[in-house]
Design a protein around this ligand. Structure first.
Ligand code: GDP
Ligand code: MG
Length: 175
């Protein structure tokens, strides 16, 4: 058996309003699992997954706020050492998209200034309940110079791609 190599360890924080699907995105990416019911985890949870980028083994250590989503409830320790952030909103919730601005401001205050950001519009499977257009989100992302994808933790659409894109951006900047 080949010994596991681990060339890089990148910390990523997942932030965004409550119930947008952060924990399910994490579980889909790291364990290929989805749960209908929200598990009320207390404290900070994280999952790891290794992927290969340009022949290097990149281990992503993804932190989940786990019920600390109230504004300013996330502590600075959560952001310490993070090279990437995934800001999640729910495409069926206009308010969760509006609050992306607050999460960006929190990152500016609490995280490293050169942290790479991927904005994710989750629950793309719920097209009939959509409240945030793709175009509107795209122009917001461009204006704020952050990456953007729509995902579904339920049917897996773009979940791996969004994490891989963020990790590749980190690798290109810091690797
Ligand atoms: P968190 O509070 O941001 O961690 O959100 P959760 O991951 O706990 O998800 C909140 C609720 O949304 C749960 O009932 C999930 O089953 C549901 N959910 C999460 N992701 C999706 C998705 O992509 N599509 C749909 N339809 N529901 C989702
Ligand atoms: Mg959660």
């Amino acid at each position: 058996m080949r010994e596991e190599e681990n060339d890089y360890l990148f910390k990523i924080v997942i932030i965004g309003d409550s119930a947008v699907g952060k924990s399910n995105l994490l579980n889909r990416f790291t364990r290929n699992e989805f749960t209908e019911k929200t598990k009320a985890t207390i404290g900070v949870d994280f999952g790891t997954k290794s992927i290969e980028i340009e022949g290097k083994v990149i281990t992503a250590q993804c932190w989940d706020t786990a019920g600390q989503e109230r504004f300013r409830a996330v502590t600075s320790g959560y952001y310490r050492g993070a090279l990437g952030a995934m800001i999640v909103y729910d495409i069926t919730s206009k308010i969760s998209f509006k609050n992306v601005t607050r999460w960006l401001n929190e990152l500016r205050e609490m995280a490293e200034p050169d942290i790479l950001v991927m904005m994710v519009g989750n629950k793309s499977d719920l097209e009939s309940s959509r409240e945030v257009s793709t175009r509107e989100a795209q122009s917001f992302a461009e204006a704020n110079k952050i990456s953007f994808l729509e995902t579904s933790a339920l049917n897996s659409t773009n979940v791996n791609l969004s994490f891989e894109k963020l990790l590749t951006d980190i690798y290109n900047q810091f690797g």
